[in-house]
Design a protein around this ligand. Structure first.
Ligand SMILES: [Zn+2]
Length: 275
């Protein structure tokens, strides 16, 4: 907990010595033409009306939206910086989120699994190249959507290398960020990612991010999040982050037990070899 947060006399704000940037993590966006949403993912898919309302809040709050590849390098931050990230490379990134972001003049980071590209429900390389030309940031979510923290060193290396190189070959720009599937990360994953030329690894730790560091925390946005809670997140208020961290801590042990004994219950793949 940041000491300065406790000393604040107004609404509690999360402020570390260097400040923190809210990095929002989206998944699928349900809109016209979106196919059926798997039950396991339903919590994280939000309707396009909810995303539109959230983008309007960002505009009215005067936040400066920039992709991680821009914010990560800054020494001096603009007022109210904010990053929008989208995981998994769903087709809705292109059909729903991308046109809406363009309408608002926002840029975002899209993390894709290269093994999913071109398969049903996911982005195609043509769409990814078009989004890149439209000034969206394309980054890696690994080759396959697997628990990277439990792969062998060789398999982990292949997952990170293959996805980075494939995206770079397609868009002609360096891939600098990796977001870990399921938020499952370890020191070994981060070390290997840095060795392969990634600048930082994005996690699901619900806390404002410290830019310039090798681990970037992100707050997941889900369907049942109220408008009021969303506004508190943008403002860096203490409680929404603290309660999310507490919830994550309480679920840590049960999740580890499930991962060991019944990973399918979490829709986690525990092995996979990059091709
Ligand atoms: Zn994912």
């Amino acid at each position: 907990m940041a000491k300065s947060a406790l000393n604040n006399t107004g609404p509690l704000e999360v402020k570390s010595q260097h400040g923190g940037v809210p990095v929002l993590m989206y998944h699928g966006i349900a809109g016209p033409g979106t196919g059926p949403i798997p039950n396991a993912e339903r919590k994280y898919w939000i309707p396009v009306s909810q995303l539109t309302a959230q983008l309007e809040k960002i505009v009215s709050g005067g936040y400066l939206v920039a992709p991680l590849c821009h914010l990560w390098w800054l020494k001096n931050f603009p007022q109210r910086p904010l990053a929008l990230t989208f995981d998994d490379g769903h087709a809705s990134d292109y059909t729903v989120a991308y046109p809406l972001l363009q309408e608002f003049g926002f840029r975002a980071d899209f993390f894709i699994n290269t093994a999913s590209v071109g398969t049903t429900g996911y982005l195609t390389w043509n769409q990814i190249r078009e989004m890149h030309k439209g000034r969206m940031s394309i980054q890696s979510h690994g080759h396959e959507h697997v628990d990277l923290s439990r792969l062998s060193p060789t398999a982990l290396s292949k997952q990170l290398e293959h996805s980075k190189k494939s995206i770079e070959d397609q868009i002609g720009r360096a891939v600098e960020f990796l977001s870990v599937p399921f938020g499952l990360v370890s020191t070994r994953v981060i070390t290997e990612a840095l060795a392969q030329g990634y600048r930082a690894v994005c996690t699901s730790r619900p806390w404002p991010a410290q830019m310039g560091e090798t681990e970037i925390s992100r707050m997941a946005i889900h369907r049942r999040m109220s408008s009021r809670r969303f506004e508190s997140l943008l403002a860096g208020s203490f409680w929404p982050y603290a309660t999310a961290c507490l919830r994550q801590a309480m679920l840590y042990l049960p999740k580890q037990v499930l991962l060991r004994h019944k990973p399918a219950a979490l829709t986690v793949q525990v092995s996979g070899e990059a091709q």
